[in-house]
Design a protein around this ligand. Sequence first.
Ligand code: ZN
Length: 455
Amino acid sequence: MKQLSLIIASALALVLLAALPAADLGGVIVKLEAHQGPATVVARPLEPFKIQIAVDPKTETKPLLIRVELPNSGQRAWPAADVEVHNAQGKALMVRRTGTEWFKMLIPVPAVAGNYFVQAVQPSGGKTAPPSDKERVLADGVTGLRLGIAKWHDGRKAALSIRFDDSHPTQLTKAVPILREHGFRGTFMLNPGASEPGNRRRSDFETHQAGWEAVARQGDHEFANHSAHHRGATGDQDMEAEIGGAAQAIWKLAPGRSKLMALNLGGGTKWETTRTLRYYLDKFHQFDASENSTGMDDSYGNRVANFRRLLEQHLERGLWCRIHYHYIGEGLSSSEANFRAALDIAKEHQASLWIAGMADIHKYQAERNASKLTLVKSDPKRLTFHLTCLTDAALYDQPLTLEIMHAQSLDAGRIEIKNAHGKAISSRTGKAEGAAVLRFEVPPRDGMYSLEMTP
Ligand SMILES: [Zn+2]
């Protein structure tokens, strides 16, 4: 019997193998770019997030260009920021990418038969498994209290970031004052590089530096990295200067604050490096913010109605809605009227929407994902719990919102919240799914808290 089932199993395996295409690359596309000729590339999967590409130039003698496109969404998505390309000797190759599509690569190789390896490398330091969703909720039978970490700041339903690219002067004259009228915080992606020798174009940022410094002093908006010059980079050193140089300039604008900031290398730019994007992100405390954003330029058409729909969908699903603008004003990428109309829509939803900077929102998400609540002890009069938060407190400084729900009813006046030093923490009442909740803010780091029930 055992033998028979083995035979059936191996026959089945053969049938399955025959049914597969030559090599299932899990959605990865590998081909020669703009190519006519006898040369071939053959790719095969080696392990998760690692493929081998065999190049055979046949009779060709000119260098070849291999295009590799990694799936960037869905279950088969690659961690594109961690991908590098090696030759058979293990040497990292120079790879070309565009600023906003890091998952698409062009790999120049000589017309010589050889093997290349495209692979995701483990980020340094490794990863500890984050706490699960269950660990972010604490239900105590003795006090009847239920405690959780709100999905978004202040228990809002969704988050919205409003981004502005290219440090254009109309952002100082239009975007900043109009945002202030609405009481909204914008994220300004700056190109703070000085004018370059040989480039006639004077840096917009340099010309208007005093204006940006004034915004920094007021502190009501967030700055982010759009690279020093918005021109891409050729080689590791240049890439480091474009990302690191911009980061340094922005840190200088707002000294004494967390160094963490959003990075978007910019549309229409080409970047050549042997390194992973992760290397640059980690080195300069950046996070990749180039994807999943909706462009609000009028040329895309119907922007205001589209934004209303988009925002409602994000509110429905409790997600982070990201939009971005370029220049604001008549005849520019977005008219002032359309800009104002979109902000007015955001204003309508303000009570359930957290409108914040991209780093604020990114921090909250990362901190919450790295946090859990543990019951220390409880009796009918007092509950003591511990918050564990694994993020780096020097970079991640966005307070977390905790929510207390009571099994029966919540009498806010009856619960006093104290930190480990016995200092009272202020709280406010609100509603979550129709029930009363008590909300309070805590710093995103390990700490002990107690909830005291007064009669
Ligand atoms: Zn740009």
